[in-house]
Structure formats: C-alpha cells, structure tokens
Unconditional design. Structure first.
Length: 250
C-alpha cells in the first residue's frame, strides 16, 4: 500500500489469510487504502513489524487496538513500542524464526539497519513467494539467500548518491544513510539486480524511495538498465512516495 521514507505498509493476502507488514501509515489512511483495494480491515489476521522506526509503526497502536489483531515482532523490538496505554496481543519471536499463520509461512531474516533488531520477511503461500528487503545498508549474502526464489520482490532503492550528497540533510544524517546500516542506494539495488536477481521474479517493486534524495524516474532508469544487463524482464514497478501502489496478483 505504501513504501517510502514517508511511510511503509504492505498488504499480503490469500483467500484464507490476510496480513500487514508494517503499519507506518495512520489508522485512517490504512483503512482507506485497504478499502480502495476491496479489503475489509476487520478480516486482517495480524500485523508483522520489521523494526521500530516511526515510518514503519506510526499507525500501529491505533490499528492493533481498533482491529484487535495480534502484532508479531522480535523480542528485542517489542519493548520499544509505545502502545499509548493499550497493549494489544503481542507475539514475540526471535529474528530468523518462521511463523505459520493460516495458509502462510512467514520467514523472518535479519537485515543490516540502524535499528535494535530489524528484520525482513519472505511470505510463502500456495507455492508462491513474496519478499520484502528494505531498510538495509548493503545486501549481505544471508539476505540474498532468503529472498532467492521470490516471485514478487519489494527491493529498496532509497537514494541517488548525487542527490543525497547535494541534498538538504545534515552531514551526520547523510553519513547514516550511506553507512552499512543505512539505506540501499539506487546503485546498490542495481548491483543486486545485475548480479543476483533470479529468473523466478515476475514483479520487481522498487521501494522506500527518499522524497528528498531520489526521484522515481531516476530509480526506474537505473533499474531498467540493470535488468537489461541481467537479461531479465520482470514487471518493474516504482513505488512513488505518498502514492498508493497497485495491487499485484499471482
């Protein structure tokens, strides 16, 4: 539904099970966006959280409280959430664990980011696999292994290096973004595409774009070139900040 520095929330659904990965939109926006794709919020089964940064949990307390659904997050992330006095059903797990929910298998994996215990997720159901790999400073082999074989891949393409260096962020923030626990640049995303993207990927979504240090057209042009060099031709989607993404079916 949304993937950018302005807010992150992904809906994944089958005929039997429906989840959100992250809740970085307000409760109002989350419900509106679910309704716009024909989904009844009351049928959500759970929310899975990647890490505690505000663009991933902004609406979490109100959503969990209002819908009375469990929240899955790592044992080290759980104590960092401010529930505003109304703690929902919290399901804690160790990073790297796999959770079975309905007809879904949700595999967590550690990612390199400047949060306490950040994770990505691969969701498998009915022989199909969807993976989220955002908020990572580089692409370690362990993450490559976990997202291998994905049919839909949400891959971070956060910033253009030149725009970041010339942009409005203080130098300390620029250093954080560029660090190995920061965010994946367009160049690093394209390095992964060029060298490692598997033929199983039918839809590639470039996500978590910075509003200030990137532009969808720049990310797209770079990715198209990398895909050509890889001789790969998945459907390529760029998630524009503050704009709802399409619903993808497999």
């Amino acid at each position: 539904m949304a993937s950018s520095s302005a807010g992150n929330s992904v809906f994944v659904g089958t005929e039997k099970t429906r989840i959100l990965i992250d809740a970085g939109l307000s409760r109002k926006q989350t419900l509106l966006r679910l309704a716009s794709i024909g989904e009844d919020p009351s049928k959500l089964d759970a929310v899975f959280i990647t890490h505690e940064h505000s663009d991933h949990i902004l609406g979490l307390p109100a959503i969990a409280r209002g819908l009375k659904i469990p929240v899955f997050l790592t044992k080290r992330t759980a104590p960092l959430i401010d529930w505003n006095g109304a703690v929902p059903q919290v399901e804690e797990f160790q990073a790297g664990a796999a959770i079975e929910l309905g007809d879904m298998s949700i595999q967590s994996f550690t990612i390199p980011h400047d949060a306490v215990d950040p994770v990505g997720y691969s969701v498998t159901a009915g022989g199909l696999k969807f993976s989220v790999a955002t908020d990572l400073g580089y692409m370690p082999d362990s993450v490559k292994w976990h997202i291998d074989g994905s049919h839909i891949l949400l891959l971070e393409s956060n910033h253009d290096l030149d725009m970041l260096k010339a942009g409005p962020y203080p130098w300390a923030v620029k250093q954080r973004v560029l660090s190995r626990k920061g965010h994946l640049s367009n160049n690093l995303a394209c390095d992964y595409i060029r060298s490692n993207l598997t033929s199983s990927v039918q839809t590639l979504i470039l996500g978590h774009l910075s509003e200030h240090n990137n532009h969808p057209s720049i990310a797209e042009i770079s990715a198209v070139q990398a895909l050509q060099e890889r001789s790969a031709s998945p459907r390529l989607i760029v998630a524009t900040p503050r704009v709802q993404t399409d619903l993808f079916h497999l």
